[in-house]
Design a protein around this ligand. Structure first.
Ligand code: ADP
Length: 258
């Protein structure tokens, strides 16, 4: 059974002659445990699509079904609950609160969870252990490196154990070595069962995904040439070669005038 189903998702911004179709009638299915890379030019519609998958941006038409739940059929409060329970988010900027310690930052999403503070601290400590930062729980964000800050952001995203992790350019601000470490960490979370959906411009990062969706003009396209590009990057180091047909290429939001 497919876990995430997009049924003819479209998103338009503005109206009249200024209407922009950011996502244009996209359909796909994602199975539990997949590692998806979303690629495409700037303005192609990637962030809009990720926002729709993150229950944060309602489509103009179409449906998003996650684990049999019609996400945009939910009332706003129910959708917020859905987001908390099902989804973890990581972004290019870490958005850590500077005056809270590492562990307090990780505990933030648990604020609305009904549990004792001690229990929440244990959950946060476990998430920090998973990302290799168990020892730095009591530091402040300005006392850790950029790579470690990204790890804290990942710990915060996974602290309530969501089945799906959405990542928007998670390594955009990091050097090559740290990028690789973060990608290895995401790969490990994926091996542990988490479904990962990641927007990236980087072929290196896309090489970790098992399936590439490329957005072009707000549409999802098949592009088998992508397999070769990923293989080229892999240089024999990594043998993740998605079977033909599993690669989908999504391309820039189409501008409709008139
Ligand atoms: P990408 O993430 O691939 O760069 P986006 O999803 O951000 O693409 O944008 C797709 C298209 O939709 C672009 O033409 C962008 O200018 C437009 N767009 C995105 N968000 C908005 C918005 N809130 N209002 C109006 N237009 C938007």
């Amino acid at each position: 059974m497919s876990y995430i189903i997009a049924e003819h998702l479209s998103k338009q911004y503005g109206n009249g002659s200024a209407t922009v179709t950011a996502v244009d009638d996209i359909c796909f299915q994602i199975k539990e445990g997949e590692f998806i890379g979303i690629m495409g030019e700037s303005g192609a519609g990637k962030s809009t699509l990720l926002g729709m998958m993150g229950a944060m941006n309602a489509p103009t038409s179409g449906r998003l079904i996650v684990d049999d739940i019609d996400v945009y059929g939910l009332r706003q409060e129910q959708r917020a609950d859905f987001r908390r329970e099902f989804l973890g988010f990581i972004f290019q900027s870490f958005h850590l609160v500077p005056y809270l310690t590492v562990i307090e930052n990780v505990m933030l999403p648990l604020a609305v969870v009904k549990a004792k503070n001690k229990e929440k601290r244990t959950m946060a400590q476990e998430a920090l252990r998973q990302v290799g930062l168990g020892e730095k729980a009591n530091r402040l964000p300005n006392q850790i490196s950029g790579g470690e800050s990204e790890r804290v952001a990942i710990a915060r995203a996974i602290v309530n154990e969501p089945p799906v992790l959405l990542a928007d350019e998670p390594t955009g601000n990091l050097d090559t070595k740290t990028t690789r470490e973060i990608m290895e960490l995401l790969l490990q979370l994926n091996r542990d069962g988490m479904t990962i959906i990641m927007v990236t411009h980087s072929l290196d990062c896309a090489g970790y995904a098992r399936r590439i969706m490329k957005v072009s003009d707000g549409k999802l396209h098949e592009d088998h040439s992508n397999i070769r590009r990923i293989e080229t990057w892999q240089k024999g180091e990594r043998k993740i070669v998605p079977p033909p047909g599993q690669i989908q290429v999504l391309a820039a939001g189409s501008l409709h005038t008139g």
